[in-house]
Design a protein around this ligand. Sequence first.
Ligand SMILES: Nc1ncnc2c1ncn2[C@@H]1O[C@H](COP(=O)(O)OP(=O)(O)OP(=O)(O)O)[C@@H](O)[C@H]1O
Ligand SMILES: [Mg+2]
Length: 500
Amino acid sequence: MSWINSLMARSFGRKPKKTPQPGFVFSPAPAAREEPVNKKTAASTAAFPRFQSTAGDQLSPRLNDRFAAARIKLRSAFTPSQPITDKRMFAGRIDVLTTLIRSLEDQRVHVIMYGERGIGKTSLVHVLTQAAEEARYIVVYCSCGAGSTFDEIFRAVAADVPLLFHRGFAPTADAAEKGGTLADLLPAGPLSPRLVADLFAKLTGTRLLVVLDEFDVCESPDFRRNIAELIKNLSDRSIRTQLVIAGVAADLTELVQHIPSIRRNIFALQVPKMSAAEISHLVENGEEISGMSFDKAALDYIVFVANGSPYFASLLSHHAGLAAIDNGRSSVTLEDVSMAVDQALTEFRGRISKHSQSQIDQAAKSGVRHVLGVMAGAALFNSGRFDARDVDALYPSAANAATFKATIDELASKHILLEANEDEYGRGYHFAEEAVLPYLWILAAQKRFLENRKAADAQVEAAKAGNKAATQPQSQDNIVTPEKAAVQPTVATGRAAGRP
Ligand SMILES: Nc1ncnc2c1ncn2[C@@H]1O[C@H](COP(=O)(O)OP(=O)(O)OP(=O)(O)O)[C@@H](O)[C@H]1O
Ligand SMILES: [Mg+2]
């Protein structure tokens, strides 16, 4: 069986449910559900998978699963496929949020937030929105689509602002009383940035924040030019409307190239990867909401593999929690996280093209997959780019670094998973397919975490046996510590972001 087959078998082959162990803390199922049930019903329930809760989040009355309630709680504690909308679940980012609020409030600039996929831009925008609403701002959130137009977006924004806040309407005026909005004042033809600015110039008694999320999805140059012109108009006339733009972008030049002078009206923020403490905080929030607990080894494993990504952390915590529930436990162990990592690998592999999958399998056979994985960890938060400096940072021994650089060069020259290119930072490498990055990184992290742990256990055993000789780790280069794997890529990201 190939390694991937065995991986998939491991991922899909759930362990049989065990009888709850002592220390098990879920409340027992109601007595009615403990009663013997009709055999035919039980057989058919077991035979065919069912949804475990109704669309209204009620437990299915037909279910004889004492853990169904725990599953529901876990689902809302970790939401890997949805941004955070509830402040209670929002971890870390206090400095980032403070900076954003200060820029909007004190400097009255427009904000552009950019960063890698899944780094938490939309979650940050939601929490910022809540803070602004608490301060009585009117906040209109728009998620941009590929076909979004300036006209469509700003008509929708105007439709969310009550006429009550228009200088020309007294609060008791008929139209304002009847729930009219600024959209009622717009002409039929296409909207221009000047016309929108003219309309917002009449706002009184409030401030308007227009959030344009997933901005990168709309590539229309017309749309971007109009937004840049609107920013210029709003800033020049000190209008009580500010834009918050969020999206995936290597930098901002695409947006501001239309009107370079808007640079001083903009605060640009690259959303950084999360620190280990922030990732731990994310898991702790989930523990509180789900009522489950993650033991120290489980938490360490999640922090290591997440490598600063809230998305990875949320995904792994969710899968690991389910694995624990499947085994009748409310405490999540290292083994549960191992299962979660396997499951994540299966999911990520499914997102990679067949061509790259076979190249990765070849790389595994020739022993270079691990080097690629470590580099993927560095490139994950750097728009998929890494260079020789990342190799030096991650492999301190010069001899090993030279070997790895040669390997990377060879792969790039043969267009195997990598492409080499010259940019303003010198010679760099890109992964040809974005989807391979999380897969390669998680494979490498899984291997290293488990090896490091084994080495640490061996050290403890050797120390116990008084055998000091056996405690020496083999090679520093071969061990990717959380510091190397998780912290060094931040340096790489910072370097790229800082434009030295
Ligand atoms: N501060 C946070 N605390 C807890 N979880 C977070 C936080 N930030 C993000 N997450 C989790 O990480 C995942 C990705 O977050 P989000 O959707 O906000 O990222 P994004 O940068 O907008 O992604 P995309 O680039 O795909 O639009 C979600 O599962 C979300 O629940
Ligand atoms: Mg988003």
